[in-house]
Design a protein around this ligand. Structure first.
Ligand SMILES: NC(=O)c1ccc[n+]([C@@H]2O[C@H](COP(=O)([O-])OP(=O)(O)OC[C@H]3O[C@@H](n4cnc5c(N)ncnc54)[C@H](OP(=O)(O)O)[C@@H]3O)[C@@H](O)[C@H]2O)c1
Length: 290
């Protein structure tokens, strides 16, 4: 039997990598993109361009969406909603859990299934071993298309709530963006002292690789809402964060990031957590800032 045919809508760097991976595994692929010229290279590889969104939807049951956000999905699919019945939308676009739930209901209202996905690797790792994507939505729909989706990445089904894959994705993107921004702050500070990114690389990498140790230590404490200050006290952390803030300020840098960190520590101190561990700040983060 031939490989399952797929429609891919959205040809940014991620969508293009996905089309290439499907074609490499022998899946017939129909593509559509707002900016049609982005399909050029993919057509040379064997993809078929649909001349309209309706045609792209009509071509295949399985429709992969790789768009900037869900607004882009509505902008593309609302005018073609009459062509959605019977389609399986695998939405690998980033957005919030609430918007994923709303999209699943919207798709159902048009007779389509919706699987939410959160891709955890950049485009060069699509189709490579070790990559993974979170999925959530109807289990039987996921199971029916799992083999084809595993052409792109490994799959990790998180549950039937359509918001779950988006929640896992955004939770981990919270780590990604804040830690990568802290890396850029580190490089700006090093650069202000004449130290290059290349020189900092082994030290920054070592700091990152120590993180799982802290995660493992804190996870059971956070689940138990116990924050023993036997190894680290929040008061010590608050002083350390001030040193970080002042070092960045003295170097003439933008201090918005260290100042935000300092603000959170101060709120923990104000809540009386000085003798608890740093992990007690999770209690501060559970509520909106006053
Ligand atoms: N790139 C990564 O490293 C990476 C990693 C993991 C997950 N992701 C997620 O994967 C998704 C796709 O990533 P990407 O890097 O390919 O994103 P991207 O560069 O933002 O690609 C955007 C795609 O969305 C389309 N689009 C955006 N707004 C639109 C609108 N209003 N109407 C119609 N089409 C619209 C673009 O069409 P045009 O070509 O016409 O502009 C393009 O096809 C994103 O949700 C991203 O968060 C990306």
């Amino acid at each position: 039997m031939g490989k399952q045919a797929v429609t891919v809508i959205g040809l940014g760097p991620m969508g293009r990598a996905m089309v290439t991976a499907f074609l490499a595994e022998g899946h017939p692929v129909t593509v559509w993109n707002r900016t049609a010229s982005k399909a050029g290279e993919l057509v040379a590889q064997g993809a078929v361009t649909a001349s309209s969104v309706e045609e792209a939807l009509a071509a295949n049951e399985l429709v992969v969406l790789s768009l900037t956000d869900y607004d882009a999905m509505y902008a593309i699919l609302e005018p073609a909603a009459h062509a959605l019945a019977g389609r399986v939308l695998v939405n690998l676009s980033s957005d919030t859990p609430d918007r994923a739930r709303a999209a699943a209901a919207w798709a159902a209202g048009h007779g389509a299934e919706h699987l939410t996905g959160g891709v955890q690797v950049p485009p060069p790792l699509i189709g490579k071993p070790g990559s993974a994507t979170f999925y959530s939505g109807p289990r039987e729909v996921f199971d029916a298309h799992r083999e084809t989706l595993e052409v792109l990445t490994g799959t990790d089904f998180r549950g039937t709530d359509p918001g779950l894959a988006a929640m896992y994705y955004q939770a981990l993107m919270t780590i990604f963006w804040t830690s990568m921004l802290s890396y850029l702050q580190t490089l700006a500070l090093a650069g202000a002292h004449g130290v290059t990114a290349a020189e900092m690389l082994p030290y920054a990498s070592r700091a990152m690789t120590m993180m799982p140790h802290f995660l493992e230590t804190y996870a059971p404490h956070i689940d138990a809402a116990r924050y023993p200050g036997d190894v680290d006290r929040l008061a010590m952390g608050a002083a350390s964060v001030q040193h970080v803030l002042h070092t960045n300020r003295d170097a003439g840098l933008d201090t918005a990031l260290p100042a935000a960190v300092d603000g959170i520590f101060r709120r923990g101190m104000d809540r009386g957590f000085a003798e608890n561990s740093f992990s007690s700040l999770v209690e501060v983060l559970k509520q909106p800032a006053g």
